[in-house]
Design a protein around this ligand. Structure first.
Ligand code: ADP
Length: 494
């Protein structure tokens, strides 16, 4: 809408001289203004209160109530306070003009006036008033927006602060804590001062922290990753961790949301170990019965009967293996099995593991290449051989005929690292970490097809950790995997 489209302003003229009143009214009506004219101050005030005009032209010299008093009363009333008032008077003294401004007038025109001057001044003040109104409503709108935003922020801040889920915001790639909520502090046991500004690595929040940081740096979101959190008092808590990337003021951060599943996990462990114990006795007895049938002592079986029996034996053996693995893992985890540490030559352990796996490798047409490293270290030899055979067995299982599998070792001043490398199908990046959890398999059919239990790597990790070491894997899908086992060298073995 242009200026000329706007409806012309409503002007109230208050003057006790009818000639003046007529002159002004006619002049303004001619120019298209809406005009109300009154000869008494009190009538003008009432009219302005009932229907506030856009502007008032006010004579100074009037009987009963002069212009200054009228102006003061209008300025004292909320309904009329903001209406611009232009005084019109024959008084030319500076003092009179000052009084007019003091009373709240916006302008002062002396009589006899020039029509064009009056019009110009009216327009100026109407424009000023319009701009002022616009400014005021813009201001109110902004204030409202600020209030709305504050409410929204408060709402989200409250959700963040009071969420029962531990939440943290960290920088990428450093993993430095920017914000954490109270649930995070209570699960981790740290105070706010100890956390803010520190990095995830500095706080040693868990054994998988290196793998977690590598994952964070890939800047991909992931959800419900099982993670073992190490609290300030070194207690282990099980959490499901989800990471999303958020943008705050143009910088990208990682939003970490955790779910405490410690209790659920404890019940799950308890349940699994209970069931396993209960299953072992009848299974062992069943195995005995099957063996007895197979021995022929109870009569000879037909060829078909023998085949069916073999299937039964194979499956019973698999179940026993699974249960033994579960119980083994449970005992290692809970510390019921102590590592039987002795000084032994690593080369012997590598050779022993290779010999144990040689027939499996031959059966699958895999070339097994081991480069034993002669070096003494203090470990539980049976458990380390168990770990290496497990890794070799996986490497063979997940390779193609005619592939090669290597086992090598390197030493540094403080540790040795044994690597088992294959040219097999590899492991997708998002599963690199989870396969060390029990029952985690890349493909749900692996257990059936490859005869595994999904517990091997979980057992390996527990054994390695009981030795103060760590295990991890590097892998490229369809090219192969390399599992690394790093064990510390104690002072006496160096
Ligand atoms: P399983 O008894 O199924 O072998 P593990 O815990 O030893 O259980 O391994 C878990 C899963 O990790 C396997 O089912 C397989 O999907 C994957 N995996 C382990 N080792 C390899 C490997 N060398 N190459 C490809 N995938 C592997």
């Amino acid at each position: 809408m242009t200026e000329s489209d706007l409806p012309k302003a409503d002007i109230l003229v208050i003057d006790d001289t009818p000639e003046n009143l007529n002159l002004l009214s006619t002049m303004l009506i001619d120019r298209g203004y809406k005009v109300r004219s009154v000869t008494k101050g009190s009538t003008g005030i009432r009219g302005a209160q009932v229907m506030p005009p856009d502007l008032i032209l006010l004579d100074v010299n009037m009987p009963q109530m002069n212009g200054y008093e009228v102006c003061e009363q209008l300025k004292a009333d909320d309904r009329t306070r903001d209406i611009p008032i232009i005084f019109i008077s024959a008084l030319e003294a500076v003092n009179d003009k000052v009084k007019a401004f003091q009373a709240g007038g916006v302008d002062y025109i002396t009589k006899p006036f020039q029509i064009e001057e009056v019009l110009a001044r009216i327009e100026t003040h109407l424009t000023l008033r319009r701009l002022q109104n616009q400014l005021q409503s813009k201001n109110e709108q902004l204030q409202q927006e600020i209030r709305d935003r504050q409410h929204a922020e408060e709402k989200f801040a409250t959700i963040f602060r009071q969420s029962p889920n531990p939440i943290a915001i960290v920088t990428i790639p450093e993993g430095q804590f920017i914000e954490v909520n109270s649930s995070f502090l209570s699960i981790s046991g740290y105070s706010l001062d100890e956390v803010i500004g520190c990095t995830i690595a500095q706080l040693h929040l868990g054994r998988d922290i290196d793998a977690f940081m590598r994952r964070l740096q890939t800047r991909t979101a992931f959800h419900n990753l099982e993670f073992e959190l190490l609290t300030r008092s070194q207690t282990r808590k099980n959490i499901l961790l989800s990471v999303d990337h958020i943008d705050l003021n143009g910088t990208s951060y990682a939003l970490l949301i955790a779910n405490d599943i410690t209790e659920r996990k404890r019940l799950e462990n308890e349940f699994i170990s209970l069931v396993s114990h209960e299953l072992r006795t009848p299974l062992t007895s069943m195995m005995g019965s099957l063996d007895l049938l197979g021995s022929g002592q109870l009569g000879n079986l037909t060829e078909q009967g023998q085949q069916v029996l073999n299937i039964g034996i194979k499956n019973a053996e698999r179940l026993i293996r699974l249960i033994n693995d579960i119980l083994d893992l449970e005992r290692i985890r809970s510390g019921k099995i102590t590592m039987n540490l002795r000084s032994c030559n690593l080369a012997d352990l590598m050779t022993q593991a290779t010999e144990e796996m040689q027939s499996m490798a031959n059966g699958s047409n895999i070339q097994l290449i081991t480069e034993p490293l002669s070096l003494f270290l203090t470990v539980d030899p049976d458990r380390i051989v168990q770990t290496l055979t497990n890794l070799l067995s996986n490497a063979i299982k997940f390779s193609q005929p005619n592939n090669q599998v290597w086992m090598q070792a390197r030493s540094t001043i403080s540790s040795i690292c044994i690597s088992v490398c294959d040219q097999g199908r590899g492991i997708p990046a998002h599963q690199i970490q989870t396969i060390f959890e029990r029952f985690q398999q890349v493909d749900a059919s692996d257990a059936r097809q490859k005869g595994g239990t999904g517990l091997g790597l979980a057992i390996c990790r527990n054994i390695v950790e009981q030795h103060g070491g760590r295990i991890w894997v590097e892998s490229i899908v369809n090219q192969g995997s390399t599992f690394h086992v790093e064990l510390p060298l104690s002072d006496e073995t160096i």
